[in-house]
Design a protein around this ligand. Structure first.
Ligand code: ZN
Length: 133
């Protein structure tokens, strides 16, 4: 998946603002490239888990559809752990296996990491992110 570094920066900024809670949001895309980042509320307001607030999910997916784009990714942050999916993340993704799951780790404050994952049928596979200028 191609994603501009400025979109990665937006996700990192959101992660930092919502810490110590996890943040979450959606990424629109077109033709295999991310186009826009949409912040959403973490319904769980928790440092250990997230759930995209259903009102935000509806509003944002409608907006993406109206713009003729697609839902490319769902992102959330890990404030204390690596950018790898937890068992909770894998379980949650079972409901919606299509998008790429981006995880932003700010466990090392000065070295944020964003990685992408396919989470489906209990299979975890990393998705290569091609970060463009
Ligand atoms: Zn997680």
């Amino acid at each position: 998946m191609r994603i501009a570094s400025e979109l990665i920066d937006e996700i990192v900024a959101h992660a930092r603002e919502d810490a110590p809670n996890e943040c979450c949001g959606l990424v629109a895309g077109k033709d295999g490239a991310a186009t826009r980042v949409f912040r959403a509320r973490n319904e769980m307001a928790s440092p250990l888990a997230y759930n995209v607030h259903p009102q935000d999910l509806l509003r944002i997916t409608n907006e993406i559809e109206r713009a003729g784009e697609e839902l490319a990714a769902i992102y959330h942050s890990h404030t204390k752990s690596a950018a790898e999916p937890s068992q909770t993340d894998i379980n949650l993704a079972a409901n919606w296996p299509d998008p790429v799951y981006l995880i932003c780790s700010i466990a090392e404050a000065n070295a944020p990491v964003v990685r992408g994952w396919h989470l489906s049928d209990d299979a975890v596979a990393e998705v290569e992110l091609s970060i463009t200028a």
